[in-house]
Design a protein around this ligand. Structure first.
Ligand SMILES: [Zn+2]
Length: 180
């Protein structure tokens, strides 16, 4: 049997303790996909203080540094993967955010910019957008730091290589059992 766990709505309002309470005895066996809201506005949800429910204020994830460093650790130890779950999680009269928001491409790219290789103009435009929007630049920086420390650090690379060794050893064991 194969099992995948995905949990929506990790955001500025989430505490490391809450994640640990729910998944602490699970994520060493089954990695959990946390679908994160990077700029959550206060929407009606248990766990978000009611005074924020309709304030319209958006809370960037990096305003909760304890959570950001906890997520970084969890990614590094392969206990969680991160997915993008909306941008602000704002509901519209005619649908959910990623269904009804007018500026959808911009909302997706607030976590980072995608530029075609070799296209200097596109790169210059992307850099200009960051310079004009310091909040967005900070948010992208947080996201990219998380990604770099999880995937491209020496520790991250070593963990990925260890995984390859483990898979090879496991498949050799399987072959030996099959031929025994
Ligand atoms: Zn949600």
């Amino acid at each position: 049997m194969k099992v995948a766990i995905r949990d929506d709505d990790t955001s500025y309002f989430t505490t490391p303790e809450a994640l640990d309470r729910v998944y602490g005895d699970v994520w060493d066996r089954i990695p959990v996909c946390l679908a994160v809201v990077p700029f959550a506005i206060g929407y009606e949800q248990r766990g978000i203080p009611p005074e924020h429910w309709h304030s319209g204020e958006s809370f960037a994830l990096d305003r909760n540094p304890a959570l950001v460093s906890f997520l970084r650790e969890l990614i590094g130890s392969k206990r969680v993967t991160i997915a993008l779950h909306g941008c602000t999680h704002q509901d519209y009269p005619n649908g959910y955010e990623f269904h009804a928001a007018p500026d959808l491409p911009d909302r997706v790219l607030r976590g980072g910019a995608v530029v075609p290789p070799g296209n200097a103009t596109a790169l210059a435009n992307a850099l200009e957008r960051y310079l004009a929007q310091p909040d967005r630049a900070r948010a992208a920086g947080t996201h990219n730091r998380l990604k770099a420390s999880a995937e491209f650090s020496w520790r991250g690379s070593a963990l990925q290589l260890l995984d390859v060794y483990r898979r090879v050893i496991d498949s050799r064991r399987g072959e030996q059992r099959a031929s025994a």
